[in-house]
Design a protein. Structure first.
Lengths: 345, 345
DNA sequence: AATAGTATTGCAAACGTTTTCATCGATCTT
DNA sequence: AAGATCGATGAAAACGTTTGCAATACTATT
């Protein structure tokens, strides 16, 4: 069966094989109720026999949707976005869409290029991570009238529809936890915040909260590390091997916290007795690491799923209503934080 | 600038604005050397002003490539594939292609659906993970004459062009390492091998190697866990809390090994003194974990990059030559393995 | 049996682009 | 200076679909 066609098995080849007109074949796919069961069967058989696969690009030329959604993320590489990509992908797949994925490596210029590239493919919508984007990107989106949304951040006043969490709140929660435990000497490890509003919001909130609590963070206690276990470990090692070390480490996210934890182990420091560590994110594995990582959970799976569902609904709706969904961060206390001075050095 | 066009800014709108024919506009994009600099400038200006974005779907109808490559992976969620996806994506991006991504959750039936879906979008090629696929999938690929390749596995006799590692070899290397260290009581934690030839090959080779070395692995020493730190930790916990425990754990991959390591820490077992642990993969973070994980490196980044480069070259070549590239697994000894009985219980 | 629907199908135009061919000047060649 | 060559441009056909409209064949109604 399924004889090797010379190549171009199109709708008219099917029509010919089924001895009907191309129109009827098209209708069999798009409005099956308009074609008699008998003809439908003939056509289905011909489709089977010839191994016909619909050409969505050709459909698209008739104002039909392309059935694709573009997603542009900073990076695919880390646990951070893997979960949200997976959930988003699954959700749009359920709605019959396919994912076009691109990454820009935390470079807003490249983000623009990627969005543009996706638009050349006439995606039905484009989802971006975060709310901070280059002006060119915003202009492009507005101009092309392509539905767009932001994932990961929530802001009441956001221009774009969004599904995400309030990263300021997350930062505040982490800081408050440490303060409540009596920590006064806190080390901070955050990634570069340029072009990364998630990290920036968290850091700002942390700093504000600490200041409000009367906790000063001298420059020597601030460290920068990209989202990588390896570099985070290095940064933490530097912080911890200084003559006086902080009693707690507040990390920009769980990947960094993981690195910090390994650094502590390497230094032979007891966590949480000698050093408290808190992350933000609650990624896969954060619960299992020993001791279990205290963190502020940003529900990536939920965000991805919700984003996918809302966005596809938005795209297919007759009169789309913008949406803004806030997923509450949740404070997860596990084993890496304890009262300050429970066993000071 | 960039006035909001009613919507349809197409090539003829540009042509009208530049007072030339659509043909000339098209040529400006595709064969710039055929059009005079003066006209070119006029057209470029019109494109700018109207915010025109090329429509690749429409191009595609003229036998041009769609400029997309489909990648179907078992899951996006884990570190395992995140790295290879990122590298592949970057590589094809450099060649001017865009990634269509789909995942099937280790279900070969769904894999078929996904490949089909991608073909409806007329991807210029489709890359699959592993060499084991449903017959329907193979038939579809052959029938549509869509370039296809396999990533992650290498096999001399593979039908599809492939870039990957010999997973049997990787399994053997891991087993040999343990045997060489004198381990005779070895616990195995592997994922379900159905529809997962990577894991199956590794496991088979491990079993063969151990048998050849006269090491028997009773059923009670074999445990199944999906690729998740959490479930792997559970499985390892079960294995380690039995009345007599193995002196070493050989894990199907690094994610599982990570879980096993945490389980050991939880049990208060000294690694590697009381328990050796070895993984396969060498994922991000495996080097940083304390103690550093001994593993067999499968160079995911290299594989992804090479796969992307080879595949795009293959697709764009005038007369494509199939390729089969073997990336050698590398034995990485870190801190989680030691001589058996160095401090037996 | 004639009329009015109704269900099914086909024809042809349309979608946005590329490309072949033809046209029109202008520049060489001798 | 006539013909040949060349460079730049436009006209129109083609790609694989969908869809509005028209045509046809039934069925139900009177």
């Amino acid at each position: 069966m399924a004889p090797k066609q010379k190549g171009n098995v199109d709708i008219v080849a099917v029509a010919k094989a089924a001895k009907v007109s191309p129109s009827t074949v098209s209708r069999t796919f798009n409005h099956p109720n308009l074609v008699s069961p008998a003809t439908r069967k003939k056509i289905t058989r011909a489709v089977q026999k010839l191994g016909y696969v619909r050409n969505r690009a050709a459909q698209m030329m008739h104002g039909k949707r392309s059935g694709t959604i573009g997603l542009v993320v900073p990076t695919i590489n880390h646990a951070i976005f893997a979960e949200v990509i997976q959930a988003f992908s699954d959700a749009i797949d359920r709605a019959g869409f396919t994912l076009l994925l691109a990454s820009h490596g935390y470079d807003l210029e490249r983000e623009y290029e990627m969005v543009r590239k996706l638009m050349e493919h006439r995606v039905d919508g484009v989802a971006l991570i975060g709310l901070e984007h280059s002006q060119a990107t915003s202009r492009l989106i507005a101009q092309q009238e392509t539905p767009a949304m932001a994932i990961w951040n929530y802001a009441e006043e956001s221009e774009l529809p969004c599904v995400g969490a309030d990263n300021r709140l997350a930062g505040r929660m982490a800081a408050e936890h440490l303060v409540a435990l009596g920590h006064r000497d806190i080390g901070l490890i955050f990634p570069d915040t340029r072009g990364n509003d998630r990290a920036r919001h968290r850091l700002e909130a942390v700093l504000e909260t600490l200041e409000a609590a009367g906790v000063a963070v001298p420059e020597g206690r601030k460290s920068e590390a990209p989202y990588s276990v390896s570099q985070a470990k290095q940064a933490a090692l530097a912080l911890l091997s200084a003559p006086s070390r902080p009693s707690a480490l507040l990390c920009g996210n769980d990947v960094i916290a993981q690195g910090a934890l390994y650094a502590a182990q390497r230094c032979g420091l007891q966590v949480p007795e000698q050093l408290s560590v808190i992350g933000i994110g609650d990624f896969k594995g954060s619960a299992e690491i020993e001791p279990g990582l205290t963190t502020v959970r940003i529900p990536a799976g939920t965000i991805g799923t919700l984003a996918g569902e809302q966005f596809t609904a938005f795209i297919t709706a007759d009169e789309p209503a913008p949406f803004r969904i806030c997923c509450e961060p949740e404070h997860i206390v596990r084993g890496t934080t304890a009262l300050a001075g429970s066993k000071t050095n």
